[in-house]
Design a protein around this ligand. Structure first.
Ligand code: SF4
Length: 380
């Protein structure tokens, strides 16, 4: 009973410090999740960003001997921008997915978890705990599902009836035997909207994602974007969230509970041409606090070039030609060449031909050839 009372006190405190949802889970091994992981790996569907062995990821006691419970937390994030700047011809803007708006959620949630730990430390001498947000071994989603934060949707995200899937998740393993909460008795029913809307078929069946096909994952890779995915990103330069946008549970959801997550319109919808010219220092100063900057500026700039190609933004041709000729990074030179071809201006094609005379990198040359192929397509 003492632990029930402490649980209630902690729940009350969590509200005081702005945690939107809190739940409690047992530390039983996540057996079902483990077999899912093994299947995903066997099928080649994992992203490769995961941390730890399958045992560590599914057996909390391996991560913290003496573990007795897991506290799961969720913070809702906004979905709409006040004074939303428009992306218009001649002044095109990219788009960071909503999970990257404001200050990096890893930092914000870690602070909340630290506060919960300090609160418990005062009440429980000998408290042991281990906190993680996204990059830890445990699956935030498996924990949140077990703790009753939300149910696992067909889009593989945790969905709560109040906040939809627009929530950040984190957790803390403790050595306190808190009574566990029950998972939610809710689900997607007959809905298949996210599967139908996914442009790459990455949601291969309800609740199963092939990360290698997922545009959100691909925006974070550092090499060339696979050819048949380039046209599908629209103006997303970090992350992708159509499977959330179409979800009925997210209809009208827009919580502005945390100042830290308020989007700066010029950062979350940056001018594409400006992003291509940003120095390392400027990039760090401007974008360094956003979750979307974690892979550095190259993937974002590659995606910005693809967004300009998507818009067929002829006013960006000079910038793209400069990048194709001078940028030291082959991925940027090659993607620029492809984009120039896609935009389809005569002087763009001639610039590709000239640049090809000097290019030494085979992959870049291949992209140049692909760029030139657009000319034959447009004249056929
Ligand atoms: Fe479930 Fe429909 Fe939402 Fe997909 S779009 S997660 S099927 S409710």
């Amino acid at each position: 009973m003492a632990y029930q009372k402490l649980k209630e006190e902690l729940i009350a405190y969590s509200k005081e410090i702005g945690i939107d949802k809190i739940g409690f889970a047992s530390v039983e091994p996540f057996a079902e999740f483990k077999s899912r992981l093994e299947e995903q790996q066997a099928l080649g569907y994992a992203s490769g960003f995961e941390k730890g062995t399958n045992q560590e990821r599914t057996e909390p006691e391996r991560l913290m001997p003496g573990a007795e419970s897991i506290i799961a937390i969720a913070l809702a994030y906004p979905t709409r921008i006040k004074n939303d700047p428009k992306s218009v011809k001649g002044d095109r803007r990219g788009f960071f997915a909503r999970a990257s708006w404001g200050t990096d959620y890893h930092i914000v949630l870690k602070e909340k978890l630290d506060k919960l730990a300090s609160f418990l430390q005062k009440k429980v001498p000998g408290l042991q705990f281990s906190s993680m947000v996204d990059t830890g071994e445990l699956s935030d989603r498996a924990v949140a599902e077990r703790a009753g934060i939300g149910f696992s949707g067909s889009n593989t995200l945790i969905i709560s009836p109040e906040y939809g899937s627009y929530m950040y998740l984190g957790e803390m393993i403790t050595n306190i035997p808190f009574p566990a909460d029950q998972p939610l008795d809710e689900g997607c029913g007959t809905c298949t909207k996210c599967l139908d809307a996914c442009p790459t078929g990455a949601l291969v069946e309800p609740g199963r994602l092939n990360a290698q096909q997922c545009l959100a994952f691909l925006t974070q890779t550092k090499g060339f974007m696979p050819d048949d995915h380039r046209d599908k990103l629209g103006n997303y330069i970090y992350g992708y969230e159509t499977c959330q946008v179409v979800c009925p549970y997210n209809k009208g959801v827009d919580f502005h509970n945390h100042e830290e997550f308020e989007p700066d319109p010029d950062l979350v919808k940056p001018r594409l041409v400006d992003l291509l010219a940003v120095s390392n220092r400027e990039f760090k100063e401007k974008f360094g606090k956003m979750a979307g900057s974690w892979r550095g500026k190259k993937p974002l700039q590659r995606n910005a070039i693809l967004a300009l190609a998507h818009y067929k933004e002829a006013s960006a041709i000079d910038t793209l030609i400069e990048l194709m000729i001078d940028d030291p990074r082959p991925v940027i030179r090659g993607t620029a060449a492809w984009a120039i071809g896609k935009i389809g201006e005569e002087r763009g094609f001639r610039a590709i031909e000239q640049a090809m005379q000097r290019e030494k990198d085979l992959e870049v040359m291949e992209e140049m050839e692909k760029g030139l192929q657009f000319e034959s397509i447009s004249t056929n």
